[in-house]
Design a protein around this ligand. Structure first.
Ligand SMILES: [Zn+2]
Length: 341
C-alpha cells in the first residue's frame, strides 16, 4: 500500500495536479538527515522555530507543505494555500531534456525559485510567523527538488497521468506515485522490516559516504540532474520502451532494482544539501525588532529635536509679539491721558 493516496482535486473549476513530493517517509528522512548535520550555531538558529510539541524534531514538519493543500489533512484551510501548489515542481517540455529557468521557472514560480525565495525570507524577515512558514516550506521543497519527477514532463504532469501496474499489483498506480513513495515502501518492507528508523540510518550512512560536490550550492544544477535522470531512466520501462499516458505500464523487479539506488542517492543528497542551507542561515540572521527599534529611535530623536526647535522659535516669536503689543497698549493709554489733561 502507498503511504497516502493521491487525488486530483477540482478547485474553482480547474483541475489541480497532485503535487506530493516524496511520501512522508522520504520527506522526513531528508529533513532528519539535514538536522543531523547541523552545527551548534545552526541548531540554535533553527530550534526556536520548531513547534514546541515536536520536542526539537524538525522532520515532523517535513510534509506540512503538502498537508496544507488537501482537504483530508486541512479541511477548513486548504483553499487558502492553493497558491503554493506550483511551488512544488517544475514542468519541462516533453523530451526536451534541458532545463531553462527563463522558460520553465518564470518569475521564480517553481520549486527552484521557492527554495531561493524562502531562504531569502529566512535571512531577512524577523517576524516569527514568517520565519516558521519559510522554514517549513524550505525543508519540504528541498526534498521535492530531489525527487526527479518533480521536474517531469508537462504533458503527463510529471508522470501523474502515466498509469499502470507495479509488482503484479491488481490496482492501478501511476509513475509519479511510484517515485514518491511506492518503491521506497517496497524497499522498507523487504529490507528494513518496515522500520523507518533503520532505513534512515542506512540513508544516513550513504550520505556520509557522499563527497561534497561543486553543485551542492547550485539549485539549478540539481534540476539539471533531475532532467537527465528523467530522460535517461524514469520514462523507460523494463524493455527500454518509452512510457506514456496512453498505455498502461507493467513494472516490476527490473525497474525497481535500477531505480531504488537513484532514489536513495537523491534522498541522501537532499538531506546533505538542506543541512548546508540551514547551517548557512546561522550566519545570516534578520534584523530583530529590538535593533529596528534602535534605528527608529534615532529618527524619532531627530524629529523631536526639530519639533522642539520649531516650538522654541514659536514661543520666542510669541513673547516678542506680546511685548510689542503691551508697549503699544501702554503708549495708547499715556496718549489718551495726555489728551484728557
Ligand atoms: Zn511537495
Amino acid at each position: 500500500m502507498f503511504e497516502r493516496s493521491c487525488w486530483i482535486l477540482f478547485f474553482f473549476g480547474k483541475i489541480l495536479v497532485c503535487v506530493h513530493g516524496w511520501g512522508p517517509v522520504g520527506h522526513a528522512t531528508v529533513v532528519r538527515l539535514a538536522q543531523s548535520q547541523l552545527t551548534p550555531e545552526g541548531l540554535e538558529r533553527i530550534a526556536p522555530l520548531i513547534p514546541w510539541h515536536w520536542n526539537g524534531n524538525l522532520s515532523a514538519m517535513a510534509s506540512w507543505a503538502d498537508d496544507i493543500l488537501y482537504s483530508d489533512a486541512n479541511p477548513t484551510g486548504y483553499g487558502n494555500w492553493q497558491w503554493s501548489r506550483p511551488l512544488h515542481y517544475i514542468n519541462v517540455p516533453d523530451w526536451n531534456c534541458e532545463y531553462r529557468p527563463e522558460r520553465d521557472c518564470i518569475n521564480d514560480i517553481c520549486v527552484a525559485g521557492a527554495i531561493r525565495n524562502y531562504t531569502k525570507r529566512l535571512e531577512t524577515e524577523w517576524d516569527d510567523i514568517q520565519q516558521r512558514e519559510a522554514l517549513y516550506f524550505l525543508i519540504h521543497f528541498t526534498g521535492d527538488i530531489h525527487q526527479p519527477l518533480h521536474t517531469g514532463f508537462v504533458s503527463d504532469r510529471g508522470g501523474n497521468s502515466i498509469k499502470g501496474h507495479y509488482m503484479n499489483g491488481s490496482y492501478l498506480t501511476n509513475l509519479h506515485s511510484l517515485w514518491d513513495s511506492g518503491m521506497i515502501t517496497t524497499r522498507l518492507r523487504r529490507d528494513f522490516g518496515s522500520n523507518s528508523t533503520l532505513y534512515y540510518e542506512y540513508i544516513h550512512k550513504l550520505m556520509l559516504e557522499q563527497s561534497p560536490q561543486e553543485d551542492d550550492n547550485t539549485i539549478d544544477a540539481w534540476v539539471k540532474d533531475n532532467v537527465n535522470i528523467v530522460c535517461t531512466q524514469i520514462y523507460l520501462d523494463e524493455n527500454n520502451h518509452t512510457m506514456n499516458a496512453s498505455t498502461n505500464f507493467t513494472l516490476g523487479e527490473a525497474y525497481y532494482n535500477r531505480s531504488i539506488s537513484i532514489i536513495e542517492r537523491r534522498l541522501a543528497q537532499g538531506g546533505r544539501r538542506l543541512g548546508i542551507i540551514l547551517n548557512r542561515l546561522a550566519n545570516k540572521r534578520p534584523i530583530k525588532p529590538d535593533d529596528k527599534d534602535k534605528t527608529l529611535c534615532t529618527s524619532t530623536i531627530v524629529l523631536i529635536a526639530v519639533l522642539a526647535a520649531v516650538c522654541i522659535v514659536g514661543v520666542v516669536a510669541g513673547v516678542i509679539l506680546w511685548i510689542r503689543y503691551k508697549k503699544r497698549a501702554t503708549q495708547s493709554i499715556s496718549f489718551n491721558l495726555a489728551r484728557k489733561t
